[in-house]
Ligand binder design. Sequence first.
Ligand code: T46
Length: 143
Amino acid sequence: MPVPLKVKRCAHIELKQVVDEKDGVLSIAEGSKEVPFEIARVYYIYGLSYPKAQRGLHAHKELEQVILCINGSFKLMLDDGENRQYLYLTDPNHGIYLGPKIWHTMFEFSSDCIILVLASDRYDEADYIRGYDQFIDYTKSLR
Ligand code: T46
């Protein structure tokens, strides 16, 4: 059982899985099905052999995403402006849904880690909040 999430606007996502015994496993993520939005963009992150590598350190105003660790492992920190939680991602069939306005950081990657991200919209730098103080002010202004 995955650890319960105390961070708002986030959820565990289980992909559909077809296990072909000796011939491997197929995991499926369909928009508006396993993934709770239509997928507009896919990107992936790899080459994470630097032990102190960190990614993320931002929030999105509107973007929704599902983050999956499809190889290796890493730690994901989620912060909704009031609650903070650390998760350890290792399962290629299990993702985390991040709704809008979630400060997130990724770190402690295994050197073979590959992160796959499914996003609800195309890249837009104007949707990023890249300062934590600015993120806190933004979430407070919406309460
Ligand atoms: C997120 C986490 C999980 C693009 O031009 N197009 C893209 O689709 C993306 C994702 C990035 N970029 C550019 C923007 C920056 O100049 O690539 C550069 C690195 O992006 P960033 O520093 O935002 O990378 P991460 O790994 O910290 O964050 C990424 C996503 O940007 C972000 O939305 O939530 O992965």
